[in-house]
Ligand binder design. Structure first.
Ligand SMILES: C[S@@+](CC[C@H](N)C(=O)[O-])C[C@H]1O[C@@H](n2cnc3c(N)ncnc32)[C@H](O)[C@@H]1O
Length: 263
């Protein structure tokens, strides 16, 4: 099967050489399915064309020549300030109904502070970086000394099986080195994909999960299917962002989606 779709800006050529691929009972059904997929792809290209007009250039990409597990970092290296409005919405998504909250990656504690503004019962953080713990977590603990706060010091991969069930889970880590980048970013729909099963395993029924979505203004079909493999439903909210021209993170768009996935 060969299909071509043209617009003034692009041409899409699809050749399906496997006769058993997308094979419903009737040829007309096969045609309809493939036509729809091509139409969706053309639509996606037009959406990306619009989104790209609002990108900031950002700083030149760096590779992780130093392992970040124990690297002593500037606060903007841990998390840039443009993410603060995003942290507020992510905290709300998983903590607004209260209960026991788990956060993977404490960082500067910005999202943690925002989680504490909700009527929660307990807060548990998993954080591997000794300096992050000394600089940010110790202050956080003193600020909220009347609250139930627990720190799990180490890599979440080494501790997750010892943790119980939670009402809300916020996952916000980053690749610690090139190996993790290759493993968790290349080939994943979203960086947090490798944590989805653990999130689902550690949520109580109706518990909520959120993570850095890597989505600008809606979710791809693949991303939705991935969520629905582990969760029963989800909602999304689009957060407008004011991006610095020289942003160092690999995010350049003027909005981002906050996802609330429900167990
Ligand atoms: C982007 S920061 C989190 C920022 C945080 N949401 C805030 O508001 O400040 C990511 C944090 O995750 C931690 N981290 C990265 N990989 C980890 C892992 N595998 N286990 C535990 N912590 C990890 C890093 O040390 C870093 O402190």
């Amino acid at each position: 099967m060969k299909k071509i779709k043209r617009s003034n800006a692009f041409e899409i050529n699809v050749t399906i050489h496997d006769d058993t691929f997308i094979r419903p009972p009737k040829d007309s059904q096969r045609n309809a399915l493939v036509n729809r997929a091509i139409k969706e792809f053309a639509g996606e290209l037009n959406i990306l064309d619009e989104q790209a007009k609002h990108f900031v250039p950002g700083a030149t990409l760096h590779s992780f020549d130093l392992d970040r597990e124990q690297k002593v970092m500037e606060d903007q290296e841990i998390m840039e300030d443009w993410q603060i409005p995003l942290m507020k919405e992510m905290a709300k998504a998983i903590a607004e109904n209260g209960g026991d909250i788990l956060e993977i990656g404490f960082g500067r504690g910005v999202s943690a502070d925002m989680i504490m503004q909700h009527p929660i019962n307990s807060y548990t953080a998993v954080e591997c970086n000794n300096d992050v713990i000394k600089t940010y977590f110790e202050t956080f603990k003193t600020t909220h000394e009347n609250k139930k706060i627990q720190l799990v010091h180490g890599l979440w991969q080494d501790h997750i099986n010892d943790l119980g069930l939670f009402d809300g889970i916020l996952f916000h880590t980053y690749p610690l080195n090139d190996d993790e980048y290759m493993q968790y970013v290349n080939g994943s729909i979203t960086f947090a994909e490798h944590f989805f099963k653990h999130a689902s395993d550690h949520l109580k029924p109706n518990g909520a999960f959120t993570y850095f979505s890597n989505e600008i203004d809606s979710l791809s079909r693949e991303h939705q299917q991935l969520i629905l493999k582990y969760f029963s439903s989800f909602s999304i909210k689009i957060i407008p962002l004011i991006m610095p021209e020289d942003v160092r993170d690999t995010w350049w768009a003027n909005s981002i989606v906050v996802i609330k996935a429900i167990k």
